[in-house]
Design a protein around this ligand. Structure first.
Ligand SMILES: Nc1nc2c(ncn2[C@@H]2O[C@H](COP(=O)(O)OP(=O)(O)O)[C@@H](O)[C@H]2O)c(=O)[nH]1
Ligand SMILES: [Mg+2]
Length: 238
């Protein structure tokens, strides 16, 4: 099993070194082959330079530099493209680089994949999953967005907005990622919608999401509105 981890970063200088070390420990402890692909958007806090320094010492770490903040969706796409250029790759993960996604869950995702799922979502909203450190406002927004999108799009997935996922290389080679017009958080919704439409199977594994303690969130009010607009557009398309 060869695994690639795509880590989009924007101002994550405190989190990136910790996250990479934790991921490499998981690789080593589980005898996994793989690499980590950091996609940095010219972070003003020099996350990109820190990533280069780590990559110079650790060949399992690759860095994609983009000119400026171009959004989470296109960062995922750039990382996914790079990951599947490698013929050895079996599974590609996406994870936030703020330590809210614990690398210790990676073996659970792999188990779900081995049960036959093409896409595995790390879910906060199934038994065993949860959220820590979120205020009431953010909890309601997230739960509401998920209920609405799974109901409107008629999908069984309980956590449509979780960014902790894994896809088989086949999924990423077959989904027309260029057709995805949404960026930011709506990307996550649109990607699952396309996977479902193509007939790929989607499973969920529980994760406890621990909100970041270092750095700050990039989720803006604008992203939330875009999420609902995307939902309507996908509904019309389906
Ligand atoms: N490359 C890149 N990474 C981004 C961008 N926006 C957010 N990220 C990263 O995506 C991940 C999730 O973002 P975050 O702000 O933690 O979102 P939240 O957890 O929903 O509050 C983090 O690793 C961010 O550094 C972007 O425009 N470009
Ligand atoms: Mg976060």
């Amino acid at each position: 099993m060869y695994v690639s981890i795509v880590l989009p970063t924007y101002n994550e200088k405190e989190n990136l070194p910790v996250m990479i070390q934790k991921l490499l420990d998981v690789f080593d402890n589980h005898h996994m082959k793989g690499n980590i692909i950091v996609v940095d958007d010219n972070s003003p806090d020099n996350t990109g330079k820190i990533a280069d320094q780590i990559a110079a010492m650790e060949q399992r770490v690759k860095v994609i530099h983009r000119e400026g903040k171009m959004g989470l969706g296109t960062a995922y796409i750039a990382g996914f493209r790079h990951a599947v250029e490698n013929n050895m790759v079996d599974l590609v993960f996406s994870m936030d680089c703020d330590q809210s996604h614990d690398p210790a869950y990676i073996p659970d995702f792999i188990d779900m994949h081995l049960k036959g799922y093409d896409v595995v979502v790390g879910s906060r909203y199934i038994d065993g999953g949860g959220v820590e450190n979120w205020g009431v406002h953010r909890r309601i927004m997230s739960k509401g967005a998920n209920l609405l999108s799974s109901t409107i799009l008629g999908m069984r997935v309980k956590d449509m907005t979780s960014g902790y996922r894994c896809y088989t290389a086949k999924v990423l080679r077959e989904i027309e990622m260029d057709s995805i017009t949404s960026n930011g958080y709506s990307f996550l919704e649109e990607m699952l919608f396309l996977c479902n439409k193509k007939g790929f199977t989607i499973g969920e594994t529980p994760i406890v999401f621990i909100d970041r303690t270092l750095g700050s969130s990039k989720l803006s009010k604008k992203e939330m509105w875009k999420f609902f607009l995307t939902l309507m557009r996908l509904k019309i398309k389906s």
